[in-house]
Design a protein around this ligand. Sequence first.
Ligand code: PEP
Ligand code: MG
Length: 584
Amino acid sequence: MGQQTVKGIGASAGIAIGKAFVLPAWEWDIPEKNIDVTELAGEFERLYQGIRRSRDEIEGMKREMSGIIGEENSFIFDAHLAILDDPEFVREVQDIIRRQYKAAEVAVKEVIDQFVSMFDMIDDEYMKERSADIRDVGNRLLHHLLGTPAITLPSDNQPFILVTKEISPSQLANLNPERVLGVVTMIGGRNSHAAIMARSMGIPLVISLEDQLIAPIQTGEELIVDGDRGLVIIRPDDAVRHQYEQRRRLQQEHRRKLHENRFAPSVTKDGVPLTLLANISSQKELDAAMEDGAEGVGLFRTEFLYMDRDAFPDEEEQFAVYREAAEKLGEKPLAIRTLDIGGDKVLDYCPFPEEENPYLGYRAIRFSLDRRDVFKTQIRAILRAGLHGNVKLLLPMISSMEEWWAAMDVLREAERELAEAGIPYRSGMDVGVMIEVPAAVLIAGELAKEAAFFSIGTNDLIQYVLAVDRMNDHIAHLYDPFHPAVLRMIKMAVDAAKKNGIGVSVCGEMAGDPEAAALLVGLGITHLSMSARSLLVVKDRLSRLESGECAKLAKRLMKCKTGKEAADLNHRFLEAAIERGSPV
Ligand code: PEP
Ligand code: MG
């Protein structure tokens, strides 16, 4: 059979070329096995030993992987530990052993299957990911009970491309990134824990590929994984392989060159200064961003400070974190966003209501204004950190003036308390608003008269403008940054900011997307905030474009009737502009 190209979704960028290793699916054929009443105690001990070993393994992986994926991402393993510690899970297994005299592995398999089908029935991406976690833990436990190794990797020590129905975080963690060139899965979400990890590990990943096309792949067959375009090429012919090898070489070479240039100022080809900032959620990400020449932090997502623990962080703890970041950055700006919890991010230690539509629910500023104690503690810590650098405060998900005023009341109260207690803090700190709800765009004129700056959060703005859940892969094709409604919303927010003389930046994924950054510059945005991994590429791309060309491009895109028309036109423009300049 000849070459075949299959389209999926690119969940982690980059190109991998190599031989497939097909991981057998989660199919356990566990024969029914009963035990004798005299064996009960021994069987329980076998179960507990399996759980202990699984736990030790997961804890070991968590320690090892936190160096690679960052501590903020190692919460993934806590989800697995929580399943092993779940009294309901253990009780159900014990019950089957005790009442039906079944062997431990048979009981575990039954309970895992039951949990999995229960979670699978819930039509919710988050729950489906939890079901993958349960299968993953079940897998590990069964391997211990049966005495078989967890993943049997090819024994020849050669690097490979992993092909599997789905990949779990712990499977990924078990794999040596040097040996795994890329990963291809049939199911999975772009925002799944595994996808987050693949991106942090720099492993190209393509997900959501059709079963019929992927299932026939045999171990040893040659594959190309194109994580940039979401393609998998099976049995590539020589010409295609050659093209991809060249592209990969150029990418590597290109990145090396860009890195040399990391501290040069960011400017367009005609010398218009730009400010490229980083989105961070931890000190580790801040270090990586500074290493790649970030000119400040446009978005510090503080929610990760609140997750993976059993109580809210107190003022001192937060102050220490914010202060360290402010001091590292010195004069460079640090926009600290107040807690954006809710949606897909909940806190184990704080009860959240059952919600039909969590993204439209108890989230971000709505939570903060409801829990003013929590909000005020955070604001006090930020105000205090303000004395140690160029700190700004950013409010997420504002959709009305009342919310803005209420937040400012809490801020004034925090200032008053600090002053009365004689605790030093920065007074008159710049407070900005995230523009990520359509209502905020429509009242941007009013907001801009009171806020110090806008930061446009396109991730949420797109989901709310288009009514497309950003976590839902079934409708991922509708999540369109180039949709005319999105472009108009961005332009309205920028115009309102300019008219009122306040700063405006973009901190959603669009800012770090080299395909979209020129358009944003063309709309008059000079401050772009993105993940550290995008800084070098975006800086390079914008240095090849004239600001006037970008403005013309934006004008033309604003006139397009559909997102596709705009995206195509944008792509053609960039290709032509880059061809005119030196090749990438
Ligand atoms: C956004 O919505 O664009 C944004 C930057 O915030 P988050 O992705 O954290 O919701
Ligand atoms: Mg947001």
